[in-house]
Design a protein around this ligand. Structure first.
Ligand SMILES: C[S@@+](CC[C@H](N)C(=O)[O-])C[C@H]1O[C@@H](n2cnc3c(N)ncnc32)[C@H](O)[C@@H]1O
Length: 221
């Protein structure tokens, strides 16, 4: 019988099949996936990680901003898909997690290209000058704050640049009131505001994708 999981955007049998047929992670990424699972650290789902890698190759960013580093998993994946002179600035609020990210990035041989800043992204973004124009932004930090970071993301993104936002469907809760757990009402409300702001933004062309936990991809026009 087909399994339907109310906490998953994509039915489990499809996710299982996609993962069986996707390229396998190398030793470092596999170790990071195990570490994240053991320590309850949220990292990009495999389908989202593949999407990020392919879009990075297409967009060819020289300068990328990531909000929400966790242990450096998505930063390593993106950096490997950039040209050799591409650089990533990634922001992580939690200090011990930022230390782990720097260690993993060093193990990947990417310390000269991926800078981990330990800060509250919402504050830090306002200090980044638009001269530091970003070709690509991966928004994967605190979900309830996406809507407050959008203006800075658009300000920092160059025209033609790509903004990817993860977890926008939030286990399906964003799309259906009946799914919303009581303690998630605020986050879900803010994610809905974020999606409305993205899709109506005059400087962005946006697609909403039921990929992983829900992903949006926007181009600055
Ligand atoms: C979903 S995880 C990031 C996963 C990572 N991008 C990956 O796929 O490997 C979100 C991260 O954002 C961090 N975070 C939460 N609030 C933050 C804030 N205000 N500023 C920066 N980082 C924050 C959390 O500590 C967490 O590590």
């Amino acid at each position: 019988m087909t399994e339907y999981d109310k906490d998953a955007v994509v039915p489990r049998y499809i996710t299982r099949w996609l993962r069986e047929n996707a390229p396998q992670s190398d030793a470092l990424l596999s170790e990071m996936e195990k570490y994240a699972a053991l320590n309850n650290i949220p990292i990009a789902q495999p389908e989202t990680a593949r999407f990020l890698s392919v879009i990075t190759r297409l967009a060819k960013p020289k300068r990328m901003l990531e909000i929400g580093t966790a242990i450096g998993y998505s930063a390593i994946i993106a950096a490997r898909s950039m040209d050799g002179d591409g650089k990533i600035l990634t922001i992580e609020y939690d200090a011990p997690t930022a230390v782990t990210a720097r260690r993993n990035i060093k193990l990947a041989g990417l310390s000269d290209r991926v800078e981990v800043v330990c800060a509250d992204a919402k504050d830090y973004l306002s200090y980044i000058d638009e001269d530091e124009c970003m070709d690509m932004i991966f928004l994967d930090g605190p979900k309830a704050h996406y809507v407050y970071m959008l203006d800075d993301c658009v300000r920092l993104l160059r025209r033609g640049g790509v903004l990817i936002s993860d977890n926008v469907l939030y286990k399906g809760m964003t799309a259906d009131d009946a799914h919303v757990a009581r303690r998630k009402i605020t986050i879900v409300g803010r994610l809905r505001e974020y999606i409305a702001a993205l899709t109506r933004h005059p400087e962005l062309d946006t697609a909403l994708l039921p990929l992983g936990d829900g992903v949006t991809i926007s181009v600055k026009i």
